[in-house]
Design a protein around this ligand. Structure first.
Ligand SMILES: CC(=O)SCCNC(=O)CCNC(=O)[C@H](O)C(C)(C)COP(=O)(O)OP(=O)(O)OC[C@H]1O[C@@H](n2cnc3c(N)ncnc32)[C@H](O)[C@@H]1OP(=O)(O)O
Length: 425
């Protein structure tokens, strides 16, 4: 057998409601869920997966065997889900981004190039649709660099000691108030706060529809039913407008109550710290666990920095640049200068030479035949894009070369706030 004669490459219609199509959607979901070692989905999970996938209007790329000796509903041997959303790249305008998830190939069909084919097709389609960036989060760090993706934001996991007398902030003056609310009733306020944060914070990405299911407490993927443990506290500014919230769960562990932050989003520093103080003050809780930005202001706000233990720092949002001029012109820049980048891009989208000229914080980018002054691969370009990593560090690591490395660093490094993405998908 050669090539893919035994397979068909299909697009499933997520909006189809006839019995046969819904059975195919269930089989698709089973394939990715089993690949992530979570078994087949039950009715409730299937229902909620289809519901949020329809809201996002996802594209479902399925690879199916042409023949089956066993019969029944055709079961995909590979899945690849994508849809388009918006990303804050640090400039005044959000950019469209192709979101990619549930990338799986069955163990019976691995290493035959199915991932490469599905990725190539989807990114080509994103380019045709005028989408300048693609994003994903990874199960393994070794898979996506070859397709031009680089880790562009990181998160940190912290364990915070909040035993009596252990947690204190240096300074917090707040005229706002906190309101405890039912998750379902707080959901509109949470969505509003996140939308404001998306508009102002580099690295934030618009939220997929499943966030409504999860933050409203309507459906908890872990327990497979309504979430009765989720607590939501909204911070209101002096005018009564929501400007932050925290969603959390508490549980007993070895005779001590632990609080796990599911989501903490704020649009002001005051709201951010007030919400932190709230979770630290919850009675009987001795430890708070949360994901934060690597440089969360909490570190400098607490009286005892050793009370905040970082237990993990990890890559989070991986990006891939598809339209280089549009992407680079949308991000902030620091010093005025000009360089010629030569990008090595196996998929071709950003390959070649580009003159990048910066002036007063913005860039003009055009193709050129001039000699390159900085050479770099597409995955490094993506890793540098939001400013999480510096040009000089990439050069020191041997990932970028050329006589104008220092000039590019002066143009690109520290050109905006550190990026952070609070949204998983
Ligand atoms: C965005 C997300 O959804 S992240 C989740 C990714 N999915 C998973 O982790 C689920 C379990 N794994 C799988 O389903 C599959 O192994 C996949 C999707 C990772 C790979 O699918 P395959 O069809 O086997 O990949 P494909 O044959 O196209 O391989 C392409 C290249 O990637 C390499 N590759 C594939 N998987 C891996 C891996 N896990 N680690 C390192 N390299 C890998 C292959 O060796 C090949 O390299 P080459 O081009 O140098 O020859």
């Amino acid at each position: 057998m050669s090539g893919y004669d035994d397979l068909t490459f299909d697009l499933l219609d997520v909006h189809a409601t006839d019995e046969d199509s819904v059975a195919r959607l269930h089989a698709y979901a089973d394939t990715w869920s089993q690949a992530f070692h979570e078994g087949r989905l039950d009715e409730e999970k299937n229902k909620h997966w289809i519901e949020h996938s329809r809201v996002d209007d996802v594209t479902l790329r399925a690879v199916l065997p042409r023949r089956s000796a066993i019969g029944g509903t055709p079961r995909p041997v590979a899945t690849f889900t994508s849809w388009d959303q918006q990303l804050n790249v640090g400039g005044p305008d959000l950019l469209p981004v192709r979101m990619i998830t549930d990338v799986t190939v069955a163990p019976t069909h691995r290493r035959r190039g199915l991932l490469t084919r599905l990725m190539t097709e989807d990114l080509d389609e994103a380019v045709r649709a005028g989408v300048p960036l693609a994003a994903l989060t990874v199960s393994e760090g070794s898979i996506y660099g070859r397709y031009g993706f680089g880790p562009a934001t990181r998160y940190r996991k912290v364990h915070v000691d909040v035993r009596p007398g252990r947690f204190a902030l240096h300074h917090l003056e707040d005229d706002g108030t906190l309101e405890l609310a039912l998750p379902a009733e707080a959901w509109p306020a949470m969505a509003q706060v996140h939308a404001e944060r998306l508009a102002t914070s580099r690295g934030e990405i618009a939220r997929p529809a499943f966030y409504e299911q999860f933050l409203s407490g309507r459906f908890d993927w872990e327990s497979g039913g309504p979430d009765r443990k989720l607590t939501v506290v909204v911070h209101l500014d002096v005018t009564g407008q929501p400007d932050g919230y925290v969603a959390y769960r508490t549980a007993w562990k070895d005779d001590q109550a632990r609080l796990e932050v599911a989501d903490l989003v704020a649009t002001t520093h005051t709201a951010h710290l007030r919400l932190w103080r709230h979770v630290a003050d919850v009675d009987l809780v001795t430890e708070v666990r949360a994901r934060t930005a690597p440089d969360d202001l909490l570190d400098l706000a607490v009286v005892d920095p050793r009370g905040v233990t970082s237990v993990e720092v990890r890559d989070f949002l991986w990006l891939r640049i598809l339209d280089l001029p549009r992407a680079l012109e949308a991000r902030p820049w620091r010093e005025d200068a000009s360089v010629v980048l030569e990008v090595d891009d196996a998929l071709g989208h950003t390959a070649g030479r580009w003159r990048v000229t910066t002036e007063k914080g913005t860039a003009r980018v055009a193709r050129t035949d001039d000699e390159p002054s900085v050479r770099l691969p597409a995955d490094v370009l993506a890793a540098l894009y939001l400013g999480d990593r510096s040009v000089l560090t990439a050069a020191a690591a041997g990932r970028l070369h050329g006589p104008d490395v220092t000039t590019l660093a002066a143009m690109a490094d520290h050109a905006g706030p550190a990026p952070y993405c609070s949204t998983g998908f």
